[in-house]
Ligand binder design. Structure first.
Ligand SMILES: [Zn+2]
Length: 329
């Protein structure tokens, strides 16, 4: 007799939702980053693996990979044990907290008077120059250097204005285009995470209160182009589903933002992009890339602002991408 309910398939188990205020507190304390590796976080993990225990003490924000690592049942195979997770988390919370302390207070407590507008323009100009310099020569030396260069761009995340952000996104677009024949998955992840950091997205769940203007739309368009590059190159040139995943996640984040804020112009251009991708990828051998992209695309309409659950075979290939064999062996 068929009885699907007895299968231990986690997709068939209805997970009770973590209350939004608690979810926000966890993400705030973690600064949206994975408490283990410091990359952008994806999922809130229940340390004791009990999905109903939503105490702050039992929750930790993790990236997709570390969440997987922490979710393996059985303490013998588990690299990320509950104790280790708590250690990582508490240490990370401390770091985030100390970095949030105000940095520009003058000795003696007097505030320094500065012309904010002029400072902003000067800073943006400086950032543009620095970013151009970084992404032009050193980036291309080797992948280790590329990683360093990309990491160095993080310092501009909270200080880049619209002009600098656009320059950074265009720089990332440029490198995402030119690395298509050999890009490693972790570089793709760094690029996608950085793009997200420089997009004006305050929350994937809540409506933004200010108006989304032309300058902001421009940032989202460039961001979507980067996602497009990663998806196309990951599927067609590199046969690397991890890279497709990074691109699809970025495109989903932009899509989710446009959906929540009802940004019609952006929604339309995203639908066009998806349609073009679906028809370009409609060829033998790329079915998994298409399935993955379809899952992310359809997730927005479900109204759940979380990453889609991947079927086991797709998840396995994302975590263990089989690269296309390089010629010459
Ligand atoms: Zn991680």
């Amino acid at each position: 007799m068929k009885n699907h309910a007895t299968h231990t398939n986690r997709r068939s188990v209805r997970r009770p939702k973590i209350p939004q205020s608690i979810a926000e507190e966890v993400m705030f304390r973690a600064q949206m980053r994975c408490c283990v590796c410091g990359d952008r976080g994806d999922q809130i993990h229940h340390i004791d693996l009990d999905p109903t225990n939503n105490q702050l003490e039992n929750l930790v924000f993790l990236c997709y990979k570390d969440h997987n690592e922490a979710s393996i049942k059985g303490s013998l195979q588990r690299r990320l044990t509950p104790e280790l997770l708590r250690k990582f988390r508490d240490d990370w919370y401390d770091k985030v907290k100390s970095e949030r302390r105000p940095r520009y207070s003058a000795p003696g407590g007097d505030s320094i008077e500065i012309d904010e507008d002029r400072l902003r323009l000067t800073m943006d100009a400086m950032i543009v120059l620095e970013v151009r310099k970084a992404l032009s020569a050193r980036f291309w030396e080797d992948w280790e250097t590329a990683k360093e260069v990309l990491s160095s761009l993080h310092v501009y995340v909270n200080i880049a204005g619209a002009t600098a952000s656009l320059a950074i996104l265009e720089g990332l677009h440029h490198v995402s285009e030119a690395t298509r024949y050999s890009m490693p998955g972790d570089i793709a992840r760094q690029i996608a995470d950085l793009v997200f950091d420089f997009l004006p997205i305050p929350s994937l769940r809540q409506k933004q209160h200010s108006v989304i203007g032309e300058a902001q739309l421009q940032l989202f368009r460039v961001g979507a182009e980067v996602a497009d590059n990663l998806i196309y190159d990951g599927a067609v040139k590199l046969a690397d589903l991890q890279i497709v995943f990074e691109g699809a996640k970025l495109l989903w984040q932009i899509h989710q933002f446009a959906f929540v804020n009802e940004v019609e112009a952006l929604m339309e251009s995203l639908e066009e992009k998806y349609n073009r991708l679906f028809s370009t990828l409609n060829r033998p051998g790329l079915q998994n890339a298409v399935r993955l992209l379809r899952l992310f695309h359809d997730q927005v309409a479900t109204g759940v602002p979380e990453l889609p659950e991947l079927p086991d075979d797709l998840e396995h290939e994302v975590l263990n991408p089989k690269r296309r064999a390089r010629h010459g062996g």
